[in-house]
Design a protein around this ligand. Structure first.
Ligand code: FES
Length: 476
């Protein structure tokens, strides 16, 4: 089902690339990050083109809950204790600057995008941890305080409030920002080689290249697949639910792990998160529906959808030079659940990097960081990333086609080979190769989205095997 954003805002279609061209900067990906990066570079006087495999905002931007905030869960104490106060200060200041830049752009360009100032809250069951987080955030110059969590439909020990954050309609905003940019849709980059980007419609030669395509698809150099995985989460839009002030997310370990915000009279109620490829039993939407019946008994479901986030080893996005051996490549990825604000952080940082300007927030986001604090996380991430391969060899399910109910997918043995099978409502069978074309992990069926999902790095394929999202570059 389409998100409420997709249902209420259509973005005009652009033509694919037609033939070869040269430019100063090529940006791969026309989601919020790619469009904002291109816009910032164009404002700085650069000639920029954007190459988009599908449509503008067709990835995660249309599925976000669209919160603009420096409050990223309970991150500030963790950052201060693991990376130091200076790194935490850079992270906080970069996000505050991003929020200010959203306000400036929306005001100066008079963008009608349902922008509203709202307080942001992270709630939980441990008041002491919440108080400490508020103290760290306050010490870093953020507008943070500990408060009671009385707005929620269930008890919580309290919340950390960040005053004067914001929310908006992401597609209305993006449509306006994209309007003056040169964007080629339906133009998938198949190969990146030095300064050349090869697509099926022509080759782009660029002095600088920015990978803003959610999950970088070039494995070497960079090795992003060793230090990042993807997580899915689910949202219901509820009519006739009680109005709730502010934007709410949960702290890790909260007994009720959900998120809430309002838009246009609808309550956006999110939850059910899991690592991509680990949802074989399904039921994520149904669990949200059960909770909604208890907490908002007069509400009705107006829409449901899901989103996918890249999660880094140390909890900080990778924004900056792609790899030491690629001085003219840049990347913006690993935004966790904070893709809107972090897209603007990326736009500011990469504009400055491409233009050769100093930026005092850049260091904490540098993708080339590997220090004694992050290495254990990197190794753990790499270890999890081979889990799918192990499962492929040792734990192949033995379901038969006749055991599959119509409208379901599963793994069966055909001609001695294990394959994925989707059976449609008429009983027609659609087999898919279970080996992910990215790095070969075994795909898993996701009954909530009727998709084949990769547990290693989060590539997804529809029930017929067509690519939904990478890092894989082809279907199965
Ligand atoms: Fe990397 Fe599937 S996404 S192996």
């Amino acid at each position: 089902m389409e998100s409420i954003w997709s249902q209420t805002c259509k973005i005009e279609e652009r033509a694919p690339l037609s033939g070869d061209l040269k430019t100063e900067v090529a940006v791969i990906g026309a989601g919020m990050a790619g469009v904002l990066i291109a816009s910032a570079l164009q404002e700085a006087g650069k000639r920029v083109v954007v190459l988009e495999a599908d449509r503008i905002a067709s990835g995660q931007t249309r599925n976000t809950t669209a919160k603009l905030t420096s409050q990223h869960g309970m991150i500030y104490r963790k950052l201060a204790q693991t990376l130091g106060m200076e790194a935490a200060r850079q992270y906080a200041a970069a996000n505050e600057a991003a929020l200010a830049e959203f306000r400036r752009m929306i005001a100066e360009r008079q963008i009608d995008c349902d922008f509203e100032t709202q307080d942001a809250y992270v709630y939980g069951d441990n008041a002491e941890l919440l108080r400490v987080e508020a103290e760290y955030a306050d010490a870093l110059g953020l507008p943070a305080s500990f408060v009671e969590a009385t707005e929620l439909p269930f008890p919580a020990a309290g919340a950390v409030r960040f005053a004067r954050q914001a929310q908006f309609h992401p597609l209305k905003f993006l449509r306006a920002v994209a309007e003056p940019l040169t964007i080629y849709e339906h133009t998938r980059v198949q190969e990146a080689d030095g300064h050349r980007l090869v697509t099926e419609h022509g080759t782009v030669t660029a002095e600088k290249i920015v990978f803003a395509c959610h999950y970088p698809f070039v494995n070497f150099p960079g090795l992003y697949f060793t230090r990042m995985h993807q997580e899915r989460s689910y949202v219901l839009a509820l009519e006739n639910a009680p109005k709730l002030d502010g934007m709410w997310v949960f702290a890790d370990g909260a007994s009720n792990p959900y998120s809430f915000r309002m838009w246009n009279g609808l309550l956006l109620f999110g939850g059910g998160g899991h690592r991509c490829g680990e949802n074989r039993s399904g039921g994520r939407y149904d669990k949200l529906r059960r909770k909604a019946r208890v907490w908002f008994p007069r509400s009705r479901e107006a829409a449901h959808w899901s989103a996918q986030d890249c999660v880094t080893a140390d909890g900080v996005p990778y924004i900056g030079q792609y790899a030491a051996s690629r001085p003219d490549w840049y990347v913006a990825t690993g935004f966790q659940k904070w893709g809107m604000t972090t897209s603007m952080v990326a736009a500011i940082l990469l504009r400055d990097a491409v233009c050769g300007r100093e930026n005092s927030y850049a260091k904490v986001f540098d993708p080339r960081r590997f220090d004694t604090e992050t290495i254990p996380g990197v190794l753990k991430e790499g270890g999890k990333a081979v889990k799918g391969l192990t499962k492929r060899i040792f734990q192949i399910p033995a379901e038969a086609v006749e055991d599959l109910a119509p409208g379901h997918g599963g793994v069966v043995s055909l001609d001695g080979e294990k394959v994925g099978v989707y059976k449609d409502e008429d009983g027609k069978i659609y087999p898919v190769e279970l080996r992910c074309p990215h790095l070969g992990c075994q795909l898993e069926w996701n009954p909530d989205e009727e998709s084949w999902d990769c547990p290693c790095h989060g590539s997804r394929f529809d029930k017929y095997g067509e690519l939904i999202s990478g890092p894989a570059q082809t279907g199965v």
